[in-house]
Design a protein around this ligand. Structure first.
Ligand SMILES: [Zn+2]
Length: 346
């Protein structure tokens, strides 16, 4: 019953959003621009909050054909699974930072260990930043916590913040959350501690910037060397998004895949746009090269360690052996396995 009421509430608030009066637009060589007033953070404290922080932007984006959906849901990473932002008709002008408020903080100070983009037949939808387990992770911009829990799709402990300009930022593989869903945060507030949860083979922060679920290269807006914003405004247009890829088809790439890249050439799928490939590192010729076991990415299977699990139990349950598990994960039979850690089982 409660779900039904919630559903009706969503429908009602959504139709209210769609009924908003027309916003100001201006035609420019870049396309049609949306001009909106300075951010009104008071919106977030309204009792009638419906999950849309900037109704003008929302109204504008959802009127696009096809319409793009964004709802408020604390249980799922993506709230508009069918959104394909490469079909966005207009150019939307988003304010990233108002001069006076300086609303940006670098999430962690570590160096970039993996960039955004296409590799090994998959997309890396964010950027990886080095950290030590337990390092504090900070909110990049002010906003409201949409999601803060363990995600078994590979992100591990994940925090998602929705910002007033319609962007969302993702902070993955955390060891601990310091925030709860629906909480307001200011840029620079601690939101979690760095970790290695989910599909992560070393401590790092996987950081994403998304607009209506479509990932944007974080380096489009942030200079991770100078730890500053690159621009005050972002023009969101279809060129920022990979054509035909929907949120559910995006993948996290882990370090293991990157190692595989060095020895195994994967042909790009024909239906995806070719992004310039990273140069494959030269491998020093060895006198007797070990035979490389080719493992197709699709066949890999992972298991998230739960309380009370032992290696032998996990092995038995997944019809494999302890030594095979150790080999796949680079561990010893005596290694203590952490709860929440993702183990490769195939
Ligand atoms: Zn990553």
């Amino acid at each position: 019953m409660r779900q039904l009421i919630f559903f009706l509430f969503i429908i009602q608030s959504y139709s209210l959003v769609l009924a908003q009066k027309t916003i100001d637009t201006v035609d420019t060589p870049l396309g049609r621009l949306l001009i909106f007033e300075n951010r009104t953070w008071s919106l977030m404290n309204e009792s009638s909050f419906n999950g849309v922080l900037n109704e003008r932007i929302h109204s504008f984006v959802s009127k696009n054909k096809p319409a793009f959906i964004q709802t408020w849901n604390n249980e799922v990473c993506y709230t508009g699974k069918n959104n394909d932002l490469s079909k966005l008709n207009d150019t939307i002008w988003l304010c990233l930072n108002e001069e006076e408020s300086n609303d940006f903080s670098i999430p962690v100070k570590g160096v970039v260990t993996s960039h955004y983009g296409y590799r090994s037949g998959r997309y890396h939808n964010g950027i990886d930043l080095a950290l030590k387990i337990g390092d504090t992770v900070y909110a990049a911009f002010s906003g409201k916590i949409r999601y803060a829990k363990y995600n078994d799709g590979g992100f591990g402990n994940l925090v998602i913040i929705r910002h007033n300009n319609g962007l969302e930022t993702f902070y993955a593989h955390l060891s601990k959350h310091l925030v709860v869903p629906n909480q307001d945060v200011k840029s620079g507030d601690p939101i979690g501690l760095g970790g290695i949860t989910g599909r992560s083979f070393g401590p790092h922060l996987h950081f994403e910037v998304r607009f209506y679920d479509g990932p944007i290269n974080p380096e489009e807006i942030i200079d991770f060397t100078k730890k500053t914003l690159k621009k005050e405004n972002l023009f969101v247009h279809k060129g920022l998004f990979v054509p035909g890829i929907k949120p559910s088809e995006f993948y996290e790439v882990n370090e293991e895949d990157e190692k595989v890249e060095k020895v195994e050439k994967v042909e790009p799928k024909p239906n995806v746009v070719k992004v310039p490939e990273k140069k494959i590192e030269k491998v020093e010729p060895k006198p007797k090269p070990k035979p490389v076991v080719k493992v197709k990415t699709e066949e890999k299977k992972y298991y998230t360690v739960k309380s009370g699990d032992s290696l032998s139990e996990i092995a038995a349950r997944n019809k494999t052996t302890v030594s095979k598990l150790c080999e796949l994960n680079g561990i010893k039979p005596s290694t203590k396995i952490q709860i929440g850690k993702s183990l490769r089982i195939r």
